[in-house]
Design a protein around this ligand. Structure first.
Ligand code: HEC
Length: 209
C-alpha cells in the first residue's frame, strides 16, 4: 500500500484516525515523561527542605480545604519581574515533600511560595480573619471561622504522617507519636499560619536568585 492510499484510508476512517492521534500523542507524552521519572534532581530535597511538622501539615490541609490555591500560586518563575517581586525562583527540590503539589495556575492574589517570614504571625492572624483591616483595598475573603475551630478537628495528623511515611517521607516514630499532642490547644488559624511561615524557607540562605 502506498503512503498516499494509507493516508486516504486513515482520513476516511474516523476510528482509525482517532487511534492514530492517540498513538502519536502517547509516544510524544512518554518521550517527555519517562526520562523525568528517574531524574535525580527532581527527587532530591533542596538544601534545607524538610518534611512538614504535624502542625504545618494540618495547616496545609486547611489551605487546601479553604481553596487558597484557587487565588494563590506557589511557584516563582525564573523571570526578573517575578524574582524581584517574590524572591528566589522556585526549585524542583523544594517540592519533594508536597503531596499534592500546590503550584496553582491562577494569581488573583500574589504568589505565596516565599511568603514564609515576610509578615509576623499577628499580621497573618488579622489578615486571615479580615484582610481589609491591614490591606484596605483587598478583595481576599475573610476566614474568621479558622480562629474558632480546634486544629485537631482538621484531621488526625498522625495518620497522615504514617501514610506519607509509606510514600518515603522520613518521619520518625517519635514525631508520629507526638503529632496529635502537638496540635493540642491550637486553633485552625494557628496551624495555617505555621504552614504559611515555613513556605519557601527550604532553600539555603546564600541562594538569592
Ligand atoms: C478570591 C481570591 C483569594 C482567595 C480565595 C485567597 N486569597 Fe489571599 N490574597 C488575595 C489577594 C487579592 C491578595 C492581595 C491583597 C491582600 O494582601 O489582602 C491576597 C493576599 C494574601 C497574602 C499576603 C501575600 C503578600 O505577599 O502580600 C496571604 C499570606 C494570603 N493572601 C493568604 C491566603 C490564604 C492562606 C488563603 C486561604 C485561606 C487565601 N489567601 C485565599 C486573594 C485571595
Amino acid at each position: 500500500m502506498s503512503a498516499i492510499s494509507l493516508h486516504k484510508k486513515i482520513e476516511e476512517n474516523t476510528g482509525l484516525l482517532i487511534f492514530g492521534i492517540l498513538l502519536v500523542s502517547a509516544i510524544g507524552g512518554l518521550v517527555q515523561i519517562v526520562p523525568v521519572l528517574n531524574q535525580e534532581s527532581l527527587q532530591t530535597a533542596a538544601a534545607e527542605t524538610r518534611v512538614y511538622s504535624a502542625v504545618e501539615l494540618t495547616g496545609r490541609d486547611i489551605y487546601i480545604r479553604e481553596g487558597c490555591s484557587v487565588c494563590h500560586s506557589q511557584q516563582i518563575r525564573p523571570l526578573i519581574a517575578e524574582v524581584e517581586r517574590y524572591g528566589a525562583y522556585s526549585r524542583a527540590g523544594e517540592f519533594v515533600y508536597d503531596r499534592p503539589f500546590l503550584w496553582g495556575s491562577k494569581r488573583t492574589g500574589p504568589d505565596l511560595h516565599r511568603v514564609g517570614g515576610k509578615f509576623s504571625d499577628d499580621w497573618h492572624r488579622i489578615h486571615l480573619i479580615d484582610p481589609r483591616v491591614v490591606v484596605s483595598e483587598s478583595i481576599m475573603p475573610g476566614y474568621p471561622w479558622l480562629a474558632k475551630r480546634d486544629a485537631i478537628q482538621a484531621g488526625k495528623a498522625s495518620l497522615k504522617m504514617r501514610a506519607l511515611r509509606r510514600l518515603g517521607h522520613p518521619y520518625s516514630d517519635e514525631e508520629i507519636a507526638a503529632a496529635d499532642a502537638d496540635l493540642e490547644g491550637l486553633m485552625e488559624i494557628d496551624a495555617l499560619i505555621a504552614y504559611l511561615q515555613m513556605l519557601g524557607t527550604g532553600l539555603s540562605e546564600d541562594i538569592s536568585i
